[in-house]
Design a protein around this ligand. Sequence first.
Ligand code: KIV
Length: 284
Amino acid sequence: MSIAVSDQEPTGDKSSPKKYPRITTHVLHEMKLRKEKISMLTAYDYSMAAILDAAGIDVILVGDSASNVMAGHKSTLPITLNEMIYHASSVVRAVERALVVVDLPFGTYQGNSKEALHSAIRIMKESGANAIKIEGGKEIQESIERILSAGIPVMGHLGLTPQSIHKFGTYTVRAREEKEAQKLIADAHLLEECGSFALVLEKIPASLAEQVSTGLQIPTIGIGAGNHVDGQVLVLHDMLGITHGFSPRFLRRYHNLYEEIKGSVQSYINDVKTKNFPNERESY
Ligand code: KIV
């Protein structure tokens, strides 16, 4: 697969938002060629997506982690296609620059490539997103190829694939064993050969992620996969500290919004109870 540098020339400005007015799958390939790291975060609603886009994030993932952080489920399995489309449409309405990628939820693509294509088409048509993400390698090759044949960009996802949590039985680091590492490498190349435009590598040894990344032309985006990948992704609610009691080693928290929001709500409650709110300026 050869990758050309596009007509969207960087301006020389160091801030990505000005450099690339609109992020496309092609721009991500250029970023890999230029060794420029790709930033990706999850978002599930209009207001957060607007902030991420204004901040200059390259890719917004409408992840099925919405099942956990938005709906309170214990895993990503329960979220439905309709719910994903609802989240994705809200995000798309806010975004002017970032590439919006949407997870195909559990049960909408495994074992039936026609259903996979139908699910991907619904996401693209009903939400206006730019691409879909799908978990797995060889076992879902037919689904990936069918989706790609319809012109829908596909981001792969290997390593700790949360939709398979019941098969793994643990959220521990994947592919430490040689056999699993070899399968991951083979799957990564297969995804590239099929035509996927990028690949998420979740919770695998940094050395393996580096080996995969240097062997591929498409960009890799890591989460718990070390620093030698082409970009990084985190779940927004984790990096902002909205979720708590979840501290895997790979997670860097940039805020403690759980405590900050709780404190603000407590101040509000106190103001209401003490009749301190509203005051005269806040009344008509
Ligand atoms: O659903 C999600 O948020 C994801 C990321 C963890 C990559 O798939």
